[in-house]
Write a protein that binds this ligand. Structure first.
Ligand code: GNR
Ligand code: NI
Length: 171
């Protein structure tokens, strides 16, 4: 297992549309294990493969709180089957948009179909933080960041600060 470096915006790779996984094989299982380790090391509740530079439709989520037993959930090739009309607002952050947080409105409940870490097909209905996190991660698979849900003004402020921070870091 390995902790992988996480891409930070603005990085053009974060805009990639990730490709479906053809087969859940040894290579995919190794990547999933590395993604879980990377998510824990970064104190995140979710991670999409593109955040570590791999354009595959894979995401991991663990909503267990500190002191609770770890509960990593693996979603491969996830698809939204249904989404509620009622909406929920959460303050979102992103490991690829460090130190910026903003309220994002999304469907409150989603039903998803996906392959689990064993390659078994599954369906799950998600509400609350899991619904938000799943949609945030699934956005990554299509090259979308939470800031893309904000007004142009809010998005520009955040992206300009990140570009500046990146510039300072590389001098
Ligand atoms: O760690 C994370 N926290 C978070 C909080 C609210 C809504 C979504 C998230 S996901 C984020 C980790 C991340 O960037 N996943 O892509
Ligand atoms: Ni994110």
């Amino acid at each position: 297992m390995a902790v992988l470096p996480i891409l930070k915006a603005p990085d053009p790779r974060l805009k990639t549309k990730s490709k479906p996984v053809a087969q859940v094989d040894e290579g995919v299982r190794k990547l999933v294990a590395d993604m879980i380790e990377t998510m824990y090391a970064a104190n995140g509740i979710g991670l999409a493969a593109i955040q570590v530079g791999i354009p595959k439709r894979i995401l991991v989520i663990d909503l267990a709180r500190e002191g609770e037993a770890p509960n990593p959930q693996v979603f491969i090739n996830p698809e939204i089957l249904e989404q509620s009309e009622d909406l929920a607002t959460y303050e979102e952050g992103c490991l690829s948009v460090p130190e910026h947080y903003a309220e994002v409105v999304r469907p409150a409940t989603v039903r998803v179909r996906y392959l689990d870490g064993q390659g078994e097909i599954r369906e799950q209905e998600a509400t609350g933080l899991l619904a938000t996190c799943l949609q945030h991660e699934m956005d990554h698979l299509d090259g979308v960041l939470f800031v893309d849900h904000l007004s142009l003004v809010k998005r520009s402020v955040i992206l300009r600060k990140l570009a500046k921070a990146k510039k300072l870091a590389t001098v």
